[in-house]
Unconditional design. Sequence first.
Lengths: 529, 541
Amino acid sequence: MAEKTEYDVIIVGGGHNGLTCGALLARAGLDVLVLERRHNIGGGCCTEEVTLPGFRHNLHSQGHVWMVRGPVYRALQLDKLGVQYVYPDPVYAMVFRDGRSLCLYKDLDRTCEQIAQFSKRDADAYREHYQRFEALRRLVISSWYAPPLPPSKLFASLEGTEDGMRVLQMMNMSTERVCHELFEDEAVKAWILLLAMQGGNPLDLSGTGVWLTVLVSGFHERPWGICVGGSRQLAEGLQKALEAAGGTVRKQAHVSRILVQQGEARGVELADGTRYAARQAIASNTNPIATFTELITPEHSDAAFLRKVKNYQADDMSLFTPHLALNEAPRYTASAGNPDVQKAMFVGWGQETVDEMHQQFNAIRLRQLPESVGGMSIAPTVHDPTQAPPGKHTAFFWQFAPFEIGDSAAAWDREKEAYADHCLEVWRQYAPNMNAENILGRYIYSPLDISRNTISMFRGSQMHGSVGPHQMGAFRPFPGWSGYRMPIKRLYLCGGSTHPCGGVTGAPGFNAAGVIADDVGVKKWWLRA
Amino acid sequence: MAEEYDLIVLGGGHNGLTCAGLLAKAGWSVCVLERRHNIGGGCATEEVTLPGFKHNIHSQGHVSINTGPIYKTLELEKHGVRYVHPDPTWATVFKDKTGLLLCRSVDQTCDSIAQVSKKDAKTYRDFYNRFESLRQLYVASWYSPPLPPSKIFSVLEGTRDGQLLLQMWNASCKDIVNGFFESEKVKVWIMIISMQGGNLLDLYGVGAYIPILFTGMHTKPWGVCVGGSRQLAEGLQKAVEAAGGVVRKNAHVSKINVENGRAVGVTLEDGTFIKAKHAVASNTNVKATFLDYVGEEHCDEEFLRMVRAYLPDEVAPFTPHFALNEAPQYLASKNCPDVQKACFVGWGCENLHEMQMHANDIRVGIPSKIVPGCSISTTVHDPTQAPPGKHTAFVWQYAPFHLAEGGAERWASFKEEYGDHVQKVWCEYAPNMQGDNVLARYCYSPLDISRTTISMFEGSMNHGHCSPNQMGIFRPFPGWSHYRMPIQGLYLVGSSAHPTGGVTGAPGFNAAGVIADDNKLTKWWWRPGKSYSTEPAGRRR
């Protein structure tokens, strides 16, 4: 039988958002094809044996929270399709050079007890802040799973109350500023800021402050989890959901062009010349730059739109990630004071003052390798032994870094091993067993490697583009085009460059599916009446 | 019996005087109390180097006060306040002896830009055409109490240019210049002047400043106050006095008297009590008002939390002032003669990378070696500010108030050394800024600012950071952006209120409107059809 060459919906890119969008539409009755360039689906949900056989490393995403808390997991019944999570407790621990530690537990009271060891006042402030903004937090999170509101609507809903006004003010503050207002103790500040930084925001810039409030909520309601078997299991589960509904996923299918005729997206062409036609819609899971400058030739877009595309900004900071195959998991000196440190999902170390964080941001803005290392590390195998051979372990940490060193991204290939050595030296100050004997293999994943492996993450953008306030909400990816529909008819964006942003939320894919369903005229079965 | 006025204004800066002038003409008895021997606050002109050399130690270029509603309503021209408007307004010079000009004429400006990039010249013109009307809207918004963001956004969301402006609003200035322009020189030219607002190049939420500033400089260019910036304050004083008001210098208020939750007057340091029948208007910043003058016992805890959290400016000016034989002669004037005629001349920075280094240094408390200087030789445009044939000049360099080594106090011993460095950089662009040409120098440090003008706490020329969380209805804090304070009869009339610092007169003008409303006075200065709501947004109940 000849291969099928026509589908209702074609999705370019098999990341978790493309798969979410595809699976929802397939179950709505549409004939869906997902095309993935790489040998594996998942995009940022990617688990690969990059060091030694049997050691499964999550190259990008690690802790998932919104995907499971939001509507996607339930709607697609991912729990029945082999997507399981474990929820370590404490969720996060920060360890200090002097042997102290600060754990963030699922339980609010226990967390406050921990903070109180540093400052009783800060413990009260944490509790008060957590409780005061609970309702607004829910509002913010629910806003992610719908196309973005015009700012005037969002503001009008907040301006009426004192707490709402405070949220609006915090939206305009920097995360660091919110932290300074709330807390007095330097260690408590470092503890929360190191974690808040993981959203990819430069903490010292205005317009990022509400993130602290939203973030903190995650831990005491439904904390972050580790996907059993590795992050790619999430993508595998989504693929199963899609296939169960009759959809198709094709790997190593490198889309080289989106075919546009008479202002309409009609199909795609692969690098090998294969063509697929799309009867109803094409959704691009990659970013707008790749979509409109590589996949679609410029003559199909007007100059003003192309300028917006060109001005779409990469993340302010990229990630540098050494992955290690280990004999034994990292053992922290600070666990002498609190053994729970060993059980924490994330362990932070290295930057114990806000000043050290400033030095890191400063270096990144000058395209220099930060001397100041603020590691956020995980040994997933402590919580899920299936990710390594019996008795063995994997671990990695994230350090923020510039995409270019000086003027050259290529310099990463020369510098990355030495920079990893520098970072490991800092890690050893906290976990002395992270030494040569314990490390069986290592794979240093640089910002340049990110951009090579996952082309949507242009310039090493883990969030698919800056999450500064000028590229969020109604401005993502650009003003006037935040509703997933693009100026070419039947063409949609469904990835992390759309509202709300990158990260494993499934929200861009979910929202895009809603818009496509509306346009095509199929029922949004996933919405509760 | 105690002396008594309808209104007492604490602080004789230009905003306090504006407020007093308007309300005096509305029929009130008013008294302005100034701590220093001179009125003016940031409109200060003093002979700090040699006799006859008048130095404007804070504000220099004025635009809004003379083009907004105040100049006309208070008849400042009649009271001796005059401006000259040099053209070009702004020039930036580079090490390769080239210069870029911002002239009053858009065409001339584009010609100048076209010499480095034709594409940027076209972009600039486009920029001007697109945003001029939005600028007018924006500037008009300064002269009334701040609108809730939902209102501003709903006005702008409706059009493509409005949406773009909103996005710029959320971006940083660096994002804007990188997004629109290609030439590094053009970027630096824009960036040095944009920084004069007091924000660093990468701060999110202030990017709209660029289109607003640049369109403005063609329609309403900056002016130099003839005789020195203090002449503005003197003119305002005359307006107050002409309406029967009193302005008292060397009158150091030690507290604002509060009885039963109401501001009833002030007490001077010598113990004199002066009664305020209707209102006390504080021209100092919100922190000093409540922590120093009112006292914490009169405020509730949440309000005090916000007072304490109110942030100083992120940068403070470090300003060496020079008495000169001849004005600075720029090397770039060989290629670009009009550089010598410019009001402001920028230099010291060749690319954005250096500007980022400068910003980084400030954030970690280091006085930067990089000097994106903004300089002016006032006497080129107004010879009355120096003895015949002689000149004055100064440069603004931004610096941290708290130094990583030695804190703020170190400025006292460090300022001359830093002045030497700044002067050395200036000489790379204007070699005559040394040797015999320099008759005297006076370095005005961030610490000096905070001592001379106490409202400018921690060297805050804007009376508090102009980051988006402290602007509009968030200035000084949510729920209290409408000049009324939680103590009855007490109003904020200085730059820690909307819109912000700078010589606009707008905080004083707006506060006068609110005070008039509260006391059923006729706002004689208000044109019909320009009414506005004084209902606060999100006010605590």
